[in-house]
Structure formats: C-alpha cells, structure tokens
Design a protein around this ligand. Structure first.
Ligand SMILES: [Zn+2]
Length: 579
C-alpha cells in the first residue's frame, strides 16, 4: 500500500504494465490524493540531458480520470496539460496508455525482446505534488527482470524522492544478464540488452571500474557521488547515444561499431562521458536547470561547460586510467580538432550562442548545419583543451576548476551561472577574464598551435589529391545526390543545391562516387572548369562549375620530434590528468 502522510494523503503511486509487449502499449495507472480540487495533470515536453522539445504527448492515448468510481470531465489546458474541477479531494486514479515504439536513450520502446522507458515520456505530473515522494510499480511479462536505479520498497515497488527523481529514472526490463561490481566500495551494476559484453569480454568490467575511479580522482573525491550506480547498455545492430542520470547511464552502442578496431575504446569513452556527468551537469548543474522546466525550452548559455568539458575529458579519462596507447589518444584528440577546423560554421556561431541555441540548431541539424553552426560539444571540447593548457601555464589545470565548482556548488546542488564559471577560471588564471570571453562570444579560433606546442604537439594537414567542388554526395537508389553544398564553395557558386542529382560531368555519365574525383590542375594551374548535368525537381539542367584547388581534408595531431624535455614532461602530466 502507498504510504500515507500525516493528513492521510497517499503519495502518488504509478503502476506501469508492460505485460503485452507486442502491442507496444504501456498501460499506466496513477493513484494519488489531489492536493486541491482544481486538478492539473501535465506530461513533460522534453527530458533533461537531451535539449529538444519532443512532445511526448504525441504517444499518449486514452487518458481518463476516475474519482469515487465516477469519470471526471477533463479539459485540455495546453497541448500536454489537462485540468479538471473535482467535487472533493478524495483519492483519484488516472489511467492512460503510451505507445512505445521509439528506440533511443530518451524515448520509450516496448517489444517482444525488452522494454525501455524514459519516464519523462510516460509519467504524468500532478500539479502541486512535484516535490512529494512518488512510488513506482512495474508489471512485467514472465521471465523479464526490472533494471532501474531507484531504491526498492518493501512491497515490491520502488520509491523516488520526488517527481524529478522519478523522471530521472531510466527503466529497462527484459530477460537480460546483469553483472555486479564495485567502485571504491560503491555497488555498481551493468546490464546489457542485445548481448552480454562483460561475459564475452572478461576484462570489460575491470576496465570500466578503472575509468570510474579516474573520474573520482579527477573530481578530487574518494567515491562516486551516487550511493549506487546502474549502467544500462543497449547493443542494437546500429546506433549511438548516451544519456546521463543521477544514479545511472544509458548507453546505446551499435554492435557493428563495437566490432571495429576502435569500437571498444570509443565505448569506454562513452562510459567515461556519462559517468562524469554524474558530477558535471547532474549535480554540478547550470542554474537555469535548477529546477527544470519540463514544459518549454530553457536557455542554458553554459552547456559548453556541461558537454564540451565532459567531451574533452572523456577522451583523456581512459588513458589516464592506464588504458590505451598514446598514439590512440592523439588520434582521437586529433580527430576532434580536425572536425572543428573543417567546420566553417565556427565562423558564424559563437560557442555561447551554440549553447543557447541547442534546441533549435544542434538538435535540429540539417544539410546546412556545418555552414551555420558549431557544436557546443565540439568547440566546447576544443576550448576545454585550450583552457586546460592555459591553466597549466599558470601551474593549475582544468581538474582544479571542476573541483572548486564541485565544492562551491555541485555538492550542495546549487546551480551555477556564467559568472560563477568565470570566477572559478580566473581564480586559477586571472588573465582568462578577457580570453574566456573571447573564446565564448567570438568566432575566431583560439591559438591552438601555440597551446599544443606547450606539450610538444602540432597539427599536420592532409591535403586532398583532387580538386575541390565544395559538395558532398550520397549514392542513393535514385543516383548520386548532393547531400551537402558548402556555403560560398564552387558548387554553390555554380548554382547547385542540396538534393540535386548529379548525372554527368563534361559529358561523362556519373554512376559511382568515385566518378566524381576531379583532376587537381596540373603544374600549379587552376583546375579546369566542368560542365555539370544534373536533375532537380524532375527537370534536367546544366551548369558550369569552376573547381577550387585541392583542400585540406584532415588535420592530424602529431608529436613534435624536436620538442624540449620540459614539453614532454608537461605532456605526460596533461595526458595523465595529473595536476
Ligand atoms: Zn554529455
């Protein structure tokens, strides 16, 4: 039975029935004592950690509210909110269904193999009860087990401290294997859907534990912030994603990607990323997300710190834990730096704007995104690298800033603002005051080469062997289609646009992507202009394209063989996340 408070009111109790998995319908029932006669029910529009309005209500059906055996008339207040005038405050039961057919870390999927629920898309909030404890109960098909990070109660259910803690609970259910291990004495579980990684890879959990301990060291703490922790791993054939929670991570990682040589290493980086979020963003939380407004987008100008700093550190953490080689580390860091330098949108959108515009830019990236935006993950990681190396010039490091913020804000769950961040950085290096502002609000690159030289590294360019047309092409069933046309590049100047189907170059029929490799121009002469035959909107057209000389196609991060011993020592400390 649900617990009753002094006034005799039952805490909200949510029952989720997954016993008809092939229907893909989750049957939900919420029992509660209404806090007032005007009853308002709401379903969140988004889930924390994933900054896109998802309108979860689109999957909700059959909502009804019953009091004393009688149906209550509901009025639609907003697209995801309902209101009812109740005759009294006697217990109420709400029932509804959720169509769970979207596999991802932030949506719901129920099928014959398993169920995964992001509760923001399932659990209705009773206005006035947000900060009350909530109870959760699950009904599962025979042979299925529940995996969720809430503490169990004595009646076979679970208890969440409040509605926010409930929403922060990922629920996985199925006949999955689950492995236990501990990190600094704190119990951890690893459950896999679609495989059993710890069984097939006996070193796996020991390596995860080392990465978790490296996160604790980085934060300057003895043990993880959570008293217990759950990793939920989904291993579909394809897919990638992670979502952080206070007491859990959900990791989606394709089996195809895992089979690649770098697959295991990249998965460990994903583990490091989500685990570090236990501090950075979950408990050390931006002020605009304290508390969270589930109904509308929230502008968070410091998302670059939440995601960029975490992305930068997730590459270093496994290496700092003694896993992987330096060559692999430089490859991975170099790949990020290369992607950054090859993103023209970094000249259009600042890092602060990118953070503020997450809802409408990064999460809605299209074929033009590379030209008008830069990811706050990507540029955030570049700025984090530069900040780390700048702080090291002052005898400090990025870990010191994180630890300071953890002590001033995170451990008290006090939201931090932009000024708090600035203060935490300038306390370690006063000259960051102006520099940080320039890196956050400007669109010029930081002095990457200068900072890399501090640790005996430099960037080297790989130049393409072919002339540049300024397009990216995708081979589709319909033919070779333009997937991207670079702003102000040769293809755009010739009048081509995304979606055009390329038919022939200089009278030569195009069939494969290889047919598009353009001669570079001989002896330093500009490449020859080309006659392009293409199809748009069912009509065949032609244009004349003047290719540009070959462009840089990739930047690599390499060790400078001439670097002095002091730089090598700095590199060793930096790579190992040592102060
Ligand atoms: Zn993240």
């Amino acid at each position: 039975m649900p617990e009753r408070d002094a006034a005799g009111a039952a805490e909200p109790s949510l029952l989720l029935d997954l016993t008809a998995p092939t229907s893909h319908l989750v049957q939900a029932r919420l029992q509660f004592t209404p806090p007032q006669q005007r009853l308002v029910l709401r379903l969140p529009a988004w889930t924390p950690g994933s900054y896109l309005i998802r309108d979860y209500v689109s999957r909700l059906e059959g909502l009804e509210v019953v009091q004393g055996g009688r149906r209550v008339a509901l009025e639609r207040l907003e697209v995801a909110a309902w209101v009812a005038e109740l005759p009294d405050r006697s217990p109420v039961e709400a029932r509804w269904r959720i169509l769970a057919t979207e596999p991802s870390v932030r949506t719901c999927e129920l099928g014959g193999d398993h169920g995964f629920l992001a509760l923001a898309g399932v659990a209705l909030l009773v206005e006035g009860l947000r900060w009350q404890p909530h109870r959760l109960e699950l009904r599962l098909p025979p042979g299925w087990h529940p995996f969720l990070p809430l503490p169990p109660d004595e009646e076979g259910g679970w208890r969440a401290a409040d509605y926010d803690a409930l929403i922060d609970t990922p629920v996985e259910a199925g006949p999955h294997p689950c492995h236990s291990f501990s990190v600094a004495g704190v119990p951890h579980r690893w459950v896999t859907r679609g495989g059993d990684l710890p069984a097939s890879d006996p070193a796996w959990l020991a390596e995860v534990e080392r990465v978790c301990l490296a996160c604790c060291r980085l934060m300057g703490v003895e043990a993880p912030a959570s008293p217990s922790y759950l990793f939920i791993q989904q291993l579909p054939e394809q897919g990638y994603g992670g979502l952080e929670h206070d007491h859990a991570s959900v990791l989606v990682y394709g089996r195809t990607a895992l089979a690649r040589p770098e697959g295991r290493r990249k998965l460990l980086q994903l583990v490091a990323h989500e685990y570090l979020h236990q501090w950075n963003v979950r408990r050390l939380r931006p002020a605009p997300l304290s508390p969270i407004d589930y109904d509308r987008p929230t502008i968070v100008p410091t998302l670059w710190f939440a995601e960029g700093v975490t992305s930068y550190l997730d590459t270093l953490l496994p290496f700092a834990a003694g896993l992987g080689t330096e060559a692999e580390l430089l490859d991975d860091l170099g790949a990020d730096l290369s992607r950054y330098r090859l993103t023209p949108g970094r000249r259009v959108q600042s890092l602060r704007e990118s953070s503020q515009e997450a809802w409408v830019k990064l999460y809605r990236a299209d074929s033009h995104a590379a030209d008008n935006q830069v990811s706050y993950y990507l540029k955030g990681a570049v700025v984090a690298l530069v900040l780390d190396l700048h702080l090291r010039r002052h005898g400090s490091w990025l870990g010191a800033v994180l630890q300071r913020l953890w002590h001033s804000h995170g451990r008290w769950r006090r939201g931090y603002g932009e000024d708090d961040l600035r203060r935490a950085f300038t306390a370690q290096a006063p000259d960051l005051d102006g520099l940080l502002d320039a890196w956050l609000t400007g669109t010029d690159d930081p002095d990457l080469e200068g900072y890399l030289a501090d640790v005996g590294l430099r960037m080297e360019a790989d130049v393409c062997r072919h002339a540049d047309a300024g397009w990216q092409v995708e081979a589709t069933a319909a033919g070779l289609q333009l997937r991207r046309v670079r702003r102000d590049g040769p293809a755009q100047r010739a009048g081509l646009q995304v979606g055009d189907e390329l038919l022939a170059l200089d009278g030569r029929r195009l069939r494969r992507e290889d047919d598009l490799q353009l001669p570079p121009g001989l002896g330093g002469a500009p490449p020859e202009p080309l006659e392009v035959l293409f199809c748009r909107d069912g009509r065949v057209r032609h244009c004349r394209l003047q290719p540009a000389p070959p462009q840089v196609e990739r930047w690599r991060l390499v060790a400078d063989p001439e670097a002095p011993a002091a730089a090598l020592e700095r590199r060793r400390r930096w790579e190992s996340l040592e102060p």
